[in-house]
Every structure is written in structure tokens, then in C-alpha cells.
Design a protein around this ligand. Structure first.
Ligand code: DAT
Length: 176
């Protein structure tokens, strides 16, 4: 893995799972040799939690411990981070941010099939409707680093992968 390649934050921001971050992130890691890190899995493995959210029925992430845990790896570079929140990460960690977008009806179906119901389901879909994801990303990072990609079909997935792989190659060339 090239050490001089900076880190990629793959889609991102509060409360929109189901858009295809994991699918894209894992495949991208395979094609580029970058390291894929799923914050949800990292937290589960290290028990990096600080209480339980009754309303959303999920454990609350201990953000400081997550950042401490990842900091050394991020300093080396070449990491794809998959998470649905943005304000916890230091800005210096990321060289590029991709926000995946899925049409609301599709998102609704994907989340429902994952067992989401009630307020959790509604809030996640609303977040996509109101563009919360993208807006939070450009508040946290320089606008030119944030890229939106459609993630509705398998063709979108392939074209996103091709674009990001191309971008990665170019980045390596420019910084070598
Ligand atoms: P996330 O990691 O954002 O929660 P995921 O990668 O687990 O999302 O994908 C959620 C579901 O959607 C899963 O069943 C795979 C499917 N999916 C992902 N990307 C897709 C795409 N571009 N087109 C159609 N389905 C997709």
C-alpha cells in the first residue's frame, strides 16, 4: 500500500445507513489495496461505547476513544473510513470525502428490510430528503473535498468504483 496516499472518508454523516457505504468501501479496498475501516465494527470489537440511546435503540459511540484508537493508522494514510457521522473526526484525517446518495423510496425499502421501523426509519429517510448528509459534510470539510455520488443501482456502484479508482491512481501519480 502506498504510504503517501492520504485517507478517504467514504460517505458519511448523521443517520443515513443503507446507502451502500459498506458495499462500496469493501470493494474499493480490494481494488486499490487501501485499508477499509468500518467505524461500527471497530466500536463493537473494542466496546467503544458510552451508554445506550433508548430512542434509536442503539449504543452511543464513545467518540474520543474511537478517534484515539484510529489516530495512528490515519496518520500513516491509505485508509477508507465508513461511517454515517462527520463531526467526530479531525479534519486533518481526510483528503477526500464521498457522500453516497440514494433515492428515498429505495432507501426506505433497504432500511425496512434491515428491520428499521418507526422513528428510526422515518428519521433516516427524512435526513436524505433534506440533504442533511451533504450539508453536514461541507460544513465539516472544505467543499472541494466533498463529492456526491448516486448509489441506486449496481451500475452506479460500478461507475463509482471506477471513478474512485481512477481518482486514486491520479492522486498517487500527482504526489509521487
Ligand atoms: P451502508 O453501509 O451504507 O449501510 P450497505 O453497503 O450495507 O449500506 O448497503 C445496503 C443495501 O443496499 C445492501 O443490501 C446492498 C444494497 N446496495 C448497496 N449499494 C447498492 C447499489 N449501488 N445499488 C443497489 N443496491 C445497493
Amino acid at each position: 500500500m502506498p504510504q503517501f496516499l492520504d485517507n478517504i472518508l467514504l460517505h458519511f454523516v448523521a443517520w443515513t445507513p443503507g446507502v451502500g457505504k459498506t458495499t462500496l468501501g469493501k470493494e474499493l479496498a480490494q481494488r486499490t489495496g487501501l485499508t477499509y475501516v468500518n467505524i461500527g465494527e471497530l466500536a463493537q470489537e473494542g466496546d467503544l461505547y458510552d451508554g445506550y440511546d433508548q430512542e434509536y435503540q442503539c449504543p452511543i459511540l464513545d467518540e474520543d476513544r474511537v478517534v484515539d484508537e484510529l489516530d495512528e493508522k490515519m496518520t500513516h494514510g491509505g485508509v477508507i473510513v465508513d461511517y454515517h457521522g462527520c463531526d467526530l473526526f479531525p479534519e486533518r484525517w481526510f483528503h477526500i470525502v464521498f457522500v453516497l446518495r440514494t433515492d428515498n423510496t429505495q432507501l426506505y425499502t433497504r432500511l425496512e428490510s434491515r428491520g428499521y421501523t418507526g422513528k428510526k426509519l422515518q428519521d433516516n429517510v427524512q435526513c436524505e430528503i433534506f440533504q442533511t448528509i451533504y450539508e453536514e459534510a461541507i460544513e465539516a470539510y472544505k467543499e472541494e473535498l466533498v463529492h456526491q455520488l448516486p448509489s441506486n443501482t449496481p451500475e452506479d456502484l460500478e461507475s463509482n468504483l471506477e471513478q474512485i479508482v481512477q481518482w486514486t491512481k491520479q492522486w498517487i501519480k500527482d504526489h509521487n
